[in-house]
Design a binder for this molecule. Sequence first.
Ligand SMILES: Cc1ncc(COP(=O)(O)O)c(C=O)c1O
Length: 392
Amino acid sequence: MTEKLHLATQLIHEEQRFDTVGGKTIKTINPAMYTGSTVLFDNCEDLRLANAGEYPGIVYGTDRLPPQRSFEKKMEELEGSALTRAFPSGISAIINTLLTFTSSGDHVLICDNVYGPTAAFCSKILSKYDVAIDFLPPDIGSNIVQYLQPNTRLIYLESPGSNTFELQDIPAITKQATKRDIITVVDNTWATPLFLNPFALGVDIIIQSVTKYISGHSDVLLGTVSVNQRYAEEFDNFYQVMETFAPPQDCYLALRGLKTLPVRLAYHQQAALEVAQWLEQQPSVERVLHPALPSHPQHHLWQRDFSGSSGLFAFLVHKKWEGPLLPQFVDNLDLFGIGYSWGGYKSLVTIGSSNRRKQGNYANRTVIRLNIGLEDPGDLINDLKKGFMVFQ
Ligand SMILES: Cc1ncc(COP(=O)(O)O)c(C=O)c1O
């Protein structure tokens, strides 16, 4: 094949390793599953090599069994990373990244709209090891320079950030960080590798909660860290020492999820926009927080950097409706499950406080977050109409 394949085709086309039976290869379309702790060696010489750290094969179940290796390889191709490693959850990927690249005496900057447990790990655990933490405004850009200190080692971004969906000006930040040799990390779970390429914007490390769109069916917990050439060896060494690994069954499901990701994301994008645009017209709605809507405060950044939008966004009802009627609105919905996480086929809703560590946007307001799944958007709108009846 000489022409370059389109992304959707690349994700499906895969070279497999096949066992043989009766001299014939077994050509199932999906890869073989391997599970296990012990991996047997052929002889004592192989064991000696393993003891010496020189065995070229897999020595143990934590040494990344084939389903994990296949998934990581596919992610490396998709994200353009020098190295991708899988973790048993998104938060585990985040924590291990922060542990690898920080030491006592370092200063770390974190966007104030990051996923709550990311912020909690920094404030409650990293700080114990004498790493100083400061939170950044969620819409930070070139004004990052005001926050930098001589010992700033790492800047952690999430764009759009959790629940309030502000975007950061990533290239403006990486421009300043690169000049000072500061590592930049971005949680790219919302956009997935399909709608944003953070490496092209100068980012060093990309986090994915594979739990969300990549696996896509709310039945997997998994995360990845993808690293550029500069930090690949340091990260790989850390990974090996920690003996972190990702369950083979979950890697298998994530690999399967990748094959349908373009189709699912296109649907999520369209359906979410339809619901978001409808919500903007509703009299009880004050504001819809969706980066692809022209009303979003950083819509210009979304237009400049992203090639699409996914199915997660939020909205605020007018303040007078934020009392006891709001839980009633949510309870009135039939098609939206009430629950955490997102990126799956079922639509979900959560409500929560918008408050940040710093005085941020929408202070003391309640944010209603919707994960638009793969249902028909007309049915979802009818369900929301039913919910809105409590405000009449
Ligand atoms: C933006 C973001 N990053 C990371 C995570 C953590 O992922 P996991 O649930 O796989 O630990 C979440 C979970 O909701 C998230 O929303």
